[in-house]
Design a protein around this ligand. Structure first.
Ligand code: SF4
Length: 105
């Protein structure tokens, strides 16, 4: 009988914590700038880190936020396949205030 109580208590706690996590995920959700994902798609996606960032997503985040302007920091990136499409995309998708993201070769 004691084991049954212990199992019920653990199940109840699990449900309560799961519900708490689900609510926290909804309430604390931060919407990411969709341009980050678009820039990340245009990077080589080797996630090699030779740009000095943890991976392509971090590099994309730095580019879109204006922290990183030099696209050539992505060593495996190619001008025609990666950098020019990123610059074109960013020129077509400026910041909310209308200013352009400064990214160059
Ligand atoms: S160097 Fe290029 S491919 Fe490697 S992680 Fe950085 S952005 Fe991605």
């Amino acid at each position: 009988m004691e084991i049954l109580y212990a199992i019920l208590i653990l199940l109840g706690l699990g449900l309560l914590l799961g519900l708490g996590l689900a609510i926290a995920a909804k309430v604390l959700h931060v919407k990411e700038d969709e341009r980050i994902e678009e820039v990340a798609k245009r990077l080589p996606n080797y996630n090699c880190g030779s740009c000095g960032y943890a991976g392509c997503h971090d590099m994309a985040e730095a580019i879109v936020s204006g922290k990183e302007e030099n696209l050539r920091k992505c060593k495996p990136g190619k001008e025609d396949q990666n950098f020019k499409p990123i610059i074109e995309y960013l020129n077509e998708h400026p910041n909310e205030d209308g200013s352009k993201v400064k990214a160059h070769l």
